[in-house]
Design a protein around this ligand. Structure first.
Ligand code: 8YV
Length: 333
């Protein structure tokens, strides 16, 4: 029997391609060509499965050009690049890559928090520009991390990892806001207290965002929320571009209405709002919070195992819309 065909939409670890090639006829975009949606659809038109990253959009137009497609396996925990409703309607399964990146992303959230609050990037740029001629008592003085109040918006597994680091490692008081309150045991383990969003913004010394992107979470932090934060506060976004109103944030940073920010994700990335590029008190990184070698390999393997699990064995590991697809089939006339 001939092998099923899959597409790997972006450059990928050679060992993951080799693993997939045992089971499938694989086409991979190893040269990492930047495809338009039309080009993507052309490459995908005769495939049963696709390995995507968070930058590859799966929408109704693409699906209608790919009649053989059965599964889109995302190498990301976030899946706002998938139109899940359109996929379910087309009978296409989506899978994501949860779990394997939690601790690495929590590490990086903390790195951005410390770099922003203690002005690591800003002072390094200044030093590299040859401006350091003498010590001063207030040279790049920032805000303490230890003993301060850490506010986390979005208390999933990554948020909990950040809470544990703050509470256990740095003696921070942790408050959090989430769609629902965590169970008492998890709250105790994270030493975290549930509060309303406004209370969090007004009382936290540092605010970290780890909410998934949905139409409802767009601009969770805009001008009104920034106005509630302390002038000494730090804001960190390791969630998704669009959770923060980047123009409003750049203005707040420029006018020192908040002290600093650390951003790994941006509205419209890889473009970055030009105002963010010119304010000094923000640390900017190119969506690398999960980018340790080991974690990126684990994410890629999970996406590959979802393709193998579903197309070869009928059992995906981390499906997103399996139940919705089943109830659609059950209710079909
Ligand atoms: C990925 C991410 O690096 O998992 C996610 O949701 O945002 C990142 O870890 C990126 O989306 C690559 O697919």
């Amino acid at each position: 029997m001939s092998k099923q065909r899959i597409l790997i939409a972006r450059a990928m670890f050679p060992e993951v391609i080799d693993k997939l090639a045992v089971h499938f006829e694989v086409e991979s975009n190893q040269e990492d060509a930047p495809w338009s949606q039309e080009e993507f659809a052309k490459h995908l038109a005769d495939k049963q499965g696709v390995f995507t990253t968070g930058s590859d959009r799966i929408d109704a137009a693409l699906l209608s050009a790919c009649p053989h497609l059965k599964i889109c396996a995302n190498m990301a925990v976030g899946y706002n690049n998938f139109d899940i409703a359109a996929m379910t309607a087309a009978g296409v399964l989506g899978t994501n890559a949860p779990g394997v990146l939690n601790e690495t992303t929590a590490d990086f959230g903390f790195a951005l928090l410390m770099a922003a609050a203690r002005r690591v990037s800003e002072s390094e740029h200044w030093l590299r520009a040859g401006q350091w001629d003498r010590w001063r008592y207030d040279l790049f003085a920032g805000t303490d991390i230890h003993g301060s109040t850490l506010g986390i918006i979005g208390m999933g597994r990554i948020g909990q990892g950040i809470a544990r680091r703050g509470a256990h490692g740095f003696g921070m008081q942790v408050i959090y806001h989430n769609r629902s309150q965590l169970d008492a045991a998890t709250e105790a383990e994270c030493k975290a207290r549930y509060v309303g969003k406004e209370e969090l913004l007004r009382s936290a010394d540092h605010v970290v965002l780890v909410v998934p992107y949905t139409p409802e979470s767009r601009h969770t932090i805009g001008a009104a929320e920034l106005a509630m934060m302390k002038p000494t506060a730090t804001l960190v976004n390791v969630a998704r571009g669009g959770i923060v109103d980047d123009a409003a944030l750049a203005a707040a940073l420029r006018e020192k209405r908040i002290a600093a920010a650390g951003l790994d994700v941006f509205e419209g990335e890889p473009s970055v709002h030009p105002d963010l590029l010119t304010v000094p008190n923000v640390v900017l990184t190119p969506h690398i919070a999960s980018a340790s070698n080991a974690t990126r390999l684990a994410m890629a393997n999970l996406a590959a195992d979802n393709l193998i699990g579903f197309l070869i064995h009928g059992k995906p590991l981390t499906p997103l819309n399996l139940e919705a697809m089943a109830s659609k089939t059950a209710s079909a006339p």
